[in-house]
Design a protein around this ligand. Structure first.
Ligand SMILES: *Cc1c(COP(=O)(O)O)cnc(C)c1O
Length: 519
């Protein structure tokens, strides 16, 4: 069937629902007429996505920022809210085409830049259901089954981490929000215990102590933001000396805590479980031994490394994670659900209470006593999407073996790519991969940082390969630019990965030639 015939067919399917007419008012998606409509629109979407995927040779359409801006100007330059309604199917087709044409194809083997996993088909289809049913988690009457589902997802992930029956948590809009909730929980719990202070209610002015968070120079930037947001001041973070990788060392944490001035209250120390670049893991059990003695909250940021919990092979590296007071996981990274699928877990669910202020509309006591309980009190949001649905259905479909095979597949690919990089005289490998990242750079006589930066931009502009960049700490204090492959697509073959490295080498060679020619 050609695209035109397909289009006619889908228009006809929806004809009964008046898609042919230009209606001023559309039916609700979840009504019978609306479901016919959704079916027709979904057929258009899938057909268009298939076409765009077949048309495009690389992970992104070539041309770089200028080309995307020009495409957007052409398509979106008219008013987004025109005076008259248009045919929904045709409008939708046009929007899907442009959006997909200029999107990153996260399922392409050469899309290895960001921690954006390609979601499973189950997760993607689950999003359609979540969108149509449009449940929310803030009140019982906004999503009664959705909130049960969230409780089950949180309970099972808590068990996966190793937490006991008192654990709690919430699904969040990502690792940054989970880390924010951790810093908030730590601030309120520790200041209540140590100073009898309730910062959520009382604020921080008037407190005669200075609360601080301890981290290293390598701690993820989202922690700095969280500390700023909760009023403790990003610049006031106490940076604990770390090892050459950036790991938080128990003995240095001990020394730093012991040396803090009298008027300083350490509220939290931040451990990293799976560093964003190199995948290394802090020794959470040893750190917890120190923080417990000092009455400090220990948070484990496993936004990336948490995926290893699913793998019997990698799981031992995370031993001791349950000793942390709270844990951040991100299943939209190493979990094959679409963004966002952030998870915040706490060993003791009662720490969430500062968020459970009484409202006039959401949480009346007599309703709660009768079992009509929403999840407003365990989140920084009110209206909140039912992300638990795609997570539950994906985990159920893949099972333990499936999740393990996906994680191990990515780890295997990273090891394969590292072998290949080591075997290429023109490339330098930063370190053997711990999880699913490979850090490499092209050897170049001259400004090697600038060369690798330009190499990455060339690859992106040509639409050949999407890579990330970072800086790697060296024992001599330098931090050269490296390029990063983030391997989160276990369906990639080693041949495809070889082609990615071939493309990097070929583009770098072109760049060397043009640099020499212009000299
Ligand atoms: C990705 C990441 C975050 C931030 O998570 P988002 O979901 O992008 O907000 C925090 N910490 C670490 C270690 C990460 O890798």
């Amino acid at each position: 069937m050609t695209i035109m015939q397909e289009s006619n067919r889908t228009e006809t399917v929806a004809a009964g629902s008046a898609a042919r007419q230009v209606d001023a008012v559309l039916p609700p998606a979840g009504s019978l007429a609306g479901l016919d409509y959704v079916q027709a629109l979904t057929a258009v979407a899938l057909e268009t996505l298939r076409e765009v995927t077949l048309d495009r040779p690389g992970p992104v359409t070539a041309g770089g920022p200028a080309a995307v801006r020009e495409a957007a100007r052409r398509s979106l330059g008219g008013p987004l809210l025109p005076a008259e309604p248009a045919y929904p199917l045709e409008t939708f087709r046009r929007f899907v085409r442009d959006y997909a044409t200029w999107s990153v194809d996260v399922s392409h083997p050469a899309a290895v830049a960001r921690m954006q996993c390609p979601p499973t088909p189950v997760a993607a289809a689950a999003e359609l259901v979540v969108g149509i049913l449009n449940q929310s988690l803030h009140a019982w009457e906004s999503g009664p089954y959705a909130l049960e589902l969230e409780r089950y997802v949180i309970r099972e992930l808590g068990e996966l981490v190793g937490y006991g029956p008192d654990a709690g948590g919430t699904i969040t809009a990502g690792g940054s929000i989970s880390n924010l909730m951790a810093v908030l929980a730590a601030r309120d719990r520790v200041l209540a215990q140590r100073c009898g202070w309730r910062p959520f209610a009382q604020g921080l002015t008037g407190l005669d102590k200075r609360p601080v968070v301890l981290a290293t120079d390598a701690t993820h930037f989202s922690i700095g933001r969280a500390v700023g947001i909760v009023g403790l001041g990003e610049d006031m973070i106490v940076r604990v000396p770390s090892d050459e990788l950036g790991r938080l060392l128990p003995e240095e944490l001990e020394r730093t805590l012991a040396g803090l001035p009298e008027d300083v209250v350490p509220v939290a120390a931040i451990a990293c479980v799976g560093a964003t670049d190199q995948g290394w893991v802090d020794d959470v059990a040893a750190l917890a031994e120190v923080t417990r003695r000092h009455g400090v909250w220990l948070h484990a940021d496993a936004a990336y490394g948490g995926g290893a919990l699913f793998s019997p092979r990698l799981r031992p590296r995370l031993d001791g994670i349950a000793e942390a007071d709270s844990v951040t996981l991100d299943l939209h990274k190493f979990g094959w659900t679409s963004a966002t699928s952030g998870i915040f877990l706490v060993r003791d669910a009662s720490v969430m209470t500062p968020l459970a202020q009484q409202t006039t509309t959401l949480n009346a006591d007599d309703d709660a006593e009768a079992g009509f309980i929403g999840l407003y009190g365990s989140s920084v949001q009110a209206t909140r999407r039912a992300e638990a649905f795609k997570i539950a259905v994906t985990m159920n479909a893949l099972g333990r073996d499936g999740m393990a095979a996906m994680v191990d597949g990515c780890h295997d690919l990273a090891c394969y790519a590292a072998d290949r990089v080591e075997a290429e005289p023109a490339l330098e490998l930063a370190a053997r991969p711990s999880m699913s990242t490979v850090l490499l750079r092209y050897r170049h006589d001259g400004d090697v940082d600038a060369f690798n930066g330009e190499l990455r931009r060339q690859l992106m502009t040509r639409g050949v390969t999407l890579l990330a960049r970072t800086r790697v700490r060296r024992p001599d204090g330098s931090s050269p630019v490296f390029l990063k492959l983030m391997l989160l697509n276990p369906a990639t073959t080693t041949d495809e990965l070889d082609r990615v490295i071939d493309d990097i080498l070929a583009t770098a060679a072109d760049l060397e030639r043009s640099a020499q020619a212009s000299r």
